[in-house]
Design a protein around this ligand. Structure first.
Ligand code: C5P
Length: 302
């Protein structure tokens, strides 16, 4: 058998960042929304742990044991006393190093695929525990939909979403390192009192009622200033999307992908065309939300 698992990208509709903790992480109020851009991770029995990757940006993806998908297979194997002799193939569609949790999605996909392949009988909570060890965004990639992440983002409370929200994503030329963006956040907020991060009740209401205009009025990203400081040309992309009629324009997570909330699918396609014509970004995608979490597509006989 080989098993293929589809995993979604995410956008943060609220990313409230607190002061750096003693362990170097930041406490967050992180409202995740899974969006319909996916990577597919296939696990196939093999003599040893190997990895391949195809798709846009695949050449920037490490194929050794530092890859978060490989680390997920190793962590699951260690927990259940199974040798992680598996080949992982990642078909990429989520922008690499883009602030859309592509690496986290691959980890969640590899975990669910290996779990199905090996029949560990792990509960969902056990899988979520391993996800949290792998990275702050990995638990959300497993559950999908919408959720409030607290702690460093790994403690999840599922949220209701009352309708579809349409997004346009503009991938930038190049990537940004998440630790570098948090480091820049620390630099920019030095000598200021950083408030304790809290979820916005108005934003949670907008999600619950499916109201795109209300969501647009409440989206925030505390990492945006840091991402713009390290990647100033993103400002031109944000301006181009706003001029094309986006209800809201923001940096996705730690960037450098930018996200534009549209009133409806037609408007999303108009904004996408305008962004492409603007020449301010590498590629443009339209995607709906919410999207499901890690989903087994098929288990194929060899
Ligand atoms: O948890 P993850 O491995 O995805 O985090 C990557 C990096 O992002 C961390 O090493 C840290 O520098 C930064 N980070 C942070 N606070 C968080 C999440 C991530 O400072 N809540």
């Amino acid at each position: 058998m080989s098993v293929t698992v589809r995993v979604p990208a995410k956008v943060n509709v609220q990313l409230a960042v607190g002061a750096a903790r003693p362990d170097g992480f930041h406490d967050l109020a992180n409202v995740f929304l899974a969006v319909g851009l996916y990577d597919d991770v296939t696990a196939t029995p093999a003599d040893e742990l190997t990895l391949t990757c195809e798709g846009p940006g695949a050449d920037q993806v490490p194929l050794d044991r530092t890859n978060l998908a490989a680390r997920a297979a190793i962590a699951l194997g260690e927990r259940y006393g199974i040798e992680p002799s598996v080949h992982l193939h990642i078909a990429k569609d989520i922008p690499v190093a883009g602030g859309m949790a592509g690496g986290s999605a691959d980890a969640a996909g590899a975990l669910v695929a290996c779990d199905a392949l090996w029949g560990t009988g792990a509960s969902r909570d056990e899988l979520l525990d391993i996800c949290a060890e792998l990275g702050s965004d990995v638990p959300f990639s497993l559950v999908g939909g919408a959720a409030l992440g607290t702690g460093r983002g790994e403690k999840l409370e599922l949220l209701d979403v009352g309708g579809d929200f349409w997004w346009v994503f503009a991938a930038a030329e190049g990537g940004l390192s998440t630790p570098a963006v948090y480091g820049e956040f620390d630099r920019l907020t030095e000598n200021t009192a950083v408030p304790v991060p809290e979820a916005s009740p108005a934003l949670l209401d907008a999600l619950r009622t499916g109201d795109a205009s209300a969501l647009a009025a409440t989206v925030t990203n505390d990492l945006q200033a840091a991402a713009l400081s390290l990647f100033p040309s993103l400002k031109a992309t944000l301006d181009a999307g706003t001029a094309a009629g986006a209800l809201a324009a923001l940096v996705s997570g730690s960037g450098p992908t930018t996200a534009f909330l549209a009133a409806d699918p037609e408007s999303a396609h108009r904004i996408a065309e305008a962004l492409t014509a603007s020449g301010t970004c590498r590629s443009v995608r339209v995607a709906p939300s919410p999207a499901p979490g890690a989903t087994v597509l098929r288990g194929q006989p060899l």
